[in-house]
Design a protein around this ligand. Structure first.
Ligand code: ASP
Length: 328
């Protein structure tokens, strides 16, 4: 009996020592990075480039991409919210973390309660692009067409709450136009349909549209930045301001998250690895080539990332109340 008690007393100390050792060795197996949109799209593109930098920053440990796409990013986000909080399942998510609360009556996770915030990654401008056969070649012609065809033209998105959805809603609000939204599991599959002419328009990140624009495979109606984007692929694309639509600005930010309850020592390691990754020369070059801006301010810190997202939730909740109706 005495021996048994002794054993029971020793057990917590043993598990604690084991846990401490496991944290010290973290990561000693591959880390899964959940991407809540389809493979080959803009979030996937950022995630794959970032995963390579993160792999180096984590001492060479593999970072495996898991595309858990659907419902504007909510399926992947919910998957990570429910994952074991051990640092081996992470989420790379975008602005949908802040737009979904305004657009879904029932979200399968709580953005501010169910995650540990690990720092922001980048901000990516958007472009409004159209099928090659669209009978409009600039923003003014497009605006006339959308108004004339009221409620008939189609605009693709990556699900309710996605960046493409948000940008499309804001565009329709800005021109007082009305289009039919066509949701996909990501803008990669939407891009195939746009190129094939099955859908008329899409607002999407430069990380997904630069190559198609440069190759002249799509009509392009503007970039959402104040000044033109100075990359070889995008320098010829006019801003919305130039096209006559003032102050139409949308930048899609991405951040890194872990399930709530992940040990603080693991979070510190991941935050340090994120900061190292953002300084990786290959990552910086790839982002710059696509018009994306790597975050360098204090939002690479855990607290500032969370504060920023909390503010974004407030901002988009009031903006979207005015432009969209709630969905399930
Ligand atoms: N990031 C895109 C969006 O939110 C979707 C995607 O990556 O496929 O619209």
């Amino acid at each position: 009996m005495k021996n048994r008690n002794l054993l029971l007393c020793a057990f917590p100390a043993f598990t604690l020592a084991f846990a401490t050792q496991a944290i010290a060795q973290y990561p000693d197996k591959p880390v899964t990075l959940v991407v809540p949109f389809a493979a080959g799209g803009p979030t996937d593109r950022v995630a794959r480039d970032f995963a390579e930098a993160l792999r180096k920053a984590l001492g060479g440990q593999a970072v495996i991409i898991d595309n858990a796409a659907g419902a504007g990013g909510n399926i992947g986000a919910a998957k990570v919210a429910r994952a074991a909080p051990d640092g081996y399942t992470l989420l790379l998510h975008n602005i949908a973390m802040a737009t979904s609360p305004a657009l879904y009556r029932k979200l399968p996770y709580k953005p501010l309660d169910d995650f540990e915030y690990l720092g922001m990654v980048n901000e990516v401008p958007m472009t409004l692009v159209g099928r090659p056969s669209l009978p409009a070649s600039n923003l003014a012609e497009l605006t006339r067409l959308v108004l004339a065809e009221s409620g008939k033209m189609t605009i693709a998105n990556a699900g309710v709450g996605s960046a493409a959805h948000l940008c499309g809603l804001l565009f329709q609000q800005a021109i007082k136009g009305n289009m039919v939204a066509v949701p996909y599991k990501g803008t990669a599959p939407a891009m195939s349909d746009l190129l094939g002419g099955q859908v008329d328009l899409m607002c999407d990140q430069t990380t997904n549209t630069s190559a198609q624009i440069a190759a002249g495979k799509l009509k392009v109606f503007g970039v959402t930045t104040a000044a033109r984007i100075q990359t070889p692929q995008l320098a010829a694309v006019s801003t919305f301001d130039e096209g006559g639509l003032k102050d139409f600005r949308v930048a899609v930010w991405h951040g890194l998250y872990a399930p709530k309850g992940t040990p603080p020592a693991v979070l510190d390691k991941l935050n340090a690895a994120l900061k190292t990754s953002l300084k990786d020369a290959d990552f910086q070059r790839r982002e710059a080539d696509l018009g994306a801006v790597v975050v360098t301010d204090d939002r690479t810190g855990r607290e500032a990332h969370k504060t920023f997202v909390a503010k974004e939730i407030q901002r988009w909740t009031s903006v979207l109340k005015a432009v969209a109706q709630s969905t399930e």
